[in-house]
Design a protein around this ligand. Structure first.
Ligand code: G6P
Ligand code: MG
Length: 230
């Protein structure tokens, strides 16, 4: 335990990172799965074939942009009214899935990681393009884990635009270059880089090749790895 304490202390002294900003869906909890299931259900209704590979393009982007990407995949055109109606339908299914979610569905080790970061004086924020982000963190009882929460209701341009991360950094009062973002979406990695931040990709190194580092699961990240970002 002593060794661990010394190691962590040294790491924090050696790192520039002052804040960690977490994406929600697919990083803290497997809600990315529920987004996929709801989009797939809509795609089936529209007669569009929709795979997990197609779904990668929807991760991190806004609801309406996701609807447009689905239309591109299916090669269909819709009026603004129908586009919105169908995106709302998908959202009702998504909300239905998440309302049945249990706090046990938080990825193992994630709250422990957040606690370790905060114990080391690292600020922790949440930045999700989802307009449901606050509902999700309340359902999971983790709303108090974050000093700052920025969601899809607070921004004009969703990822890959850097707006959401820049707003989170501003609210945390930390310079973008001292922030480390945790992201599972290609659009999210691009947003973090465009914001001038460090980025850890959660998932496949092929998919998230632009991230500074990639780990398979959020809990594979250890506080001592902060020293890699200097
Ligand atoms: C996150 C998810 C996306 C989702 C977006 C909007 O970024 O990764 O898959 O489309 O939020 O979510 P919302 O809950 O507002 O429809
Ligand atoms: Mg995500």
């Amino acid at each position: 335990m002593k060794k661990f304490e010394i190691e962590v202390k040294l790491t924090v002294d050696l790192t520039l990172i002052k804040a960690c900003i977490f994406d929600l869906d697919g990083v803290i909890v497997d809600t990315a799965r529920y987004h996929f299931l709801a989009w797939k259900r809509l795609a089936n209704e529209l007669g569009i074939e929709f795979t997990e590979t197609d779904n990668e393009r929807l991760k991190g982007v806004s609801r309406i942009r996701s609807m447009e990407i689905l239309m591109e995949i299916g090669g269909i055109a819709l009026s603004e009214h129908d586009k919105e109606k169908l995106a709302n339908k998908k959202n009702a299914w998504f909300v239905d899935y998440v309302e049945r979610m249990m706090p046990e569905e938080i990825f193992p080790g994630v709250t422990a990681l957040i606690h370790q970061l905060r114990e080391q004086g690292i600020k922790v924020g949440l930045a999700s393009s989802s307009k449901n982000a606050k509902t999700v963190i309340q359902l999971l009882h983790i709303q108090n884990e974050f000093e700052v929460v920025v969601d899809g209701n607070m921004i004009t341009h969703s990822k890959p635009d850097p707006e959401i991360f820049l707003l989170a950094a501003k609210k945390l009062n930390v310079a973008p270059k001292d922030c480390l973002v945790f992201e599972d979406a290609e659009a999210g990695v691009e947003a973090a880089l465009a914001a001038g931040m460090w980025c850890v990709g959660i998932g496949s190194p092929q998919q998230l090749s632009k991230a500074h580092k990639v780990v398979a699961r959020t809990s594979d990240f250890a506080v001592k790895m902060l020293a890699d970002f200097t």
